[in-house]
Design a protein around this ligand. Structure first.
Ligand SMILES: [Zn+2]
Ligand SMILES: [Zn+2]
Length: 253
């Protein structure tokens, strides 16, 4: 099982998860041309994608899904709420998912879970090949027991580290936007991300990636400090996904 990112942040998100011949694209917030360009950098032809999964309707996750789905006849998996809230939901094929019901895109086992975020019916995912589990958590305003339960013991974790609280407060965002980002339905700050790492079992963790890092309200050294605080006996590959190029393929062994 391996995974890669086309880019991560408020200007666009897309992640690839691959097991054998099955390759799933999680979210697509880039234009069609930009998605094709970034997929080619990851040596992933769009025709080889098996399905697109969408976490929620915000443009940085969904803006490119419709056109990509139509051009390459890719089926889209998402909640009914996300489907109705997507501006362009004229997909080649649509599969509705429930935020707590696991499903298969063989041989990939996909477990969604609901998250508090200011979207219609958002969810995040844990992917499994039967041996290893990859957890993805971005666009989350507050930590719930359900999130902790699902991410417990994962082998790889893509974890939102959106903002530094002091930097957001003293920064240039208008008051309303600061309130939205820091609210219970906004994004995770560095301390909340640290709190998640403290609360889940990290003994299996091989890869830890900081995701959706704000370009205005955070610093990479602060994020690295949080990620490096993870408690584990083994050595963990720790990195930050960038807006420009995400990160190249990482393999879970
Ligand atoms: Zn987002
Ligand atoms: Zn969002």
């Amino acid at each position: 099982m391996r995974f890669a990112s086309l880019g991560s942040g408020s200007k666009g998100n897309a992640t690839l998860i691959e097991v054998d011949e099955t390759c799933v694209l999680l979210d697509c917030g880039f234009t069609l041309a930009e998605t094709e360009r970034r997929l080619s950098l990851l040596e992933c032809p769009p025709e080889s994608i098996s399905a697109i999964l969408v976490t929620h309707e915000h443009g940085d996750h969904s803006a490119g899904v419709g056109r990509l789905s139509r051009k390459y006849r890719l089926p889209v998996w998402l909640t009914v709420g996300t489907y109705h809230a997507c501006k362009d939901n004229d997909f080649a094929a649509t599969h509705f998912i429930d935020t707590l019901t696991a499903f298969e895109i063989p041989p990939l086992h996909v477990q969604p879970f609901p998250v508090p975020h200011d979207a219609r019916e958002p969810c995040q995912f844990v992917f499994s090949n039967g041996t290893h589990r990859l957890g993805v958590l971005t666009d989350v305003g507050s930590i719930t027991p359900c999130i902790i339960e699902h991410l417990n013991g994962v082998d790889a974790l893509l974890l939102e580290c959106n903002y530094d609280d002091a930097q957001l407060k003293s920064g240039s965002y208008p008051y309303g936007l600061k309130k939205r980002v820091a609210g219970n339905y906004g994004h995770l700050d560095n301390q909340q991300s640290r709190h998640i790492l403290d609360r889940i079992d990290t003994q299996n963790l091989q890869h830890l990636v900081g995701m959706h890092v704000s370009e205005k309200n955070n610093q990479t050294d602060q994020v690295m400090k949080v990620l490096s605080s993870v408690n584990s006996a083994r050595s963990i590959d720790i990195r930050i996904a960038t807006q420009e190029s995400g990160f190249f393929w990482k393999k879970i062994l």
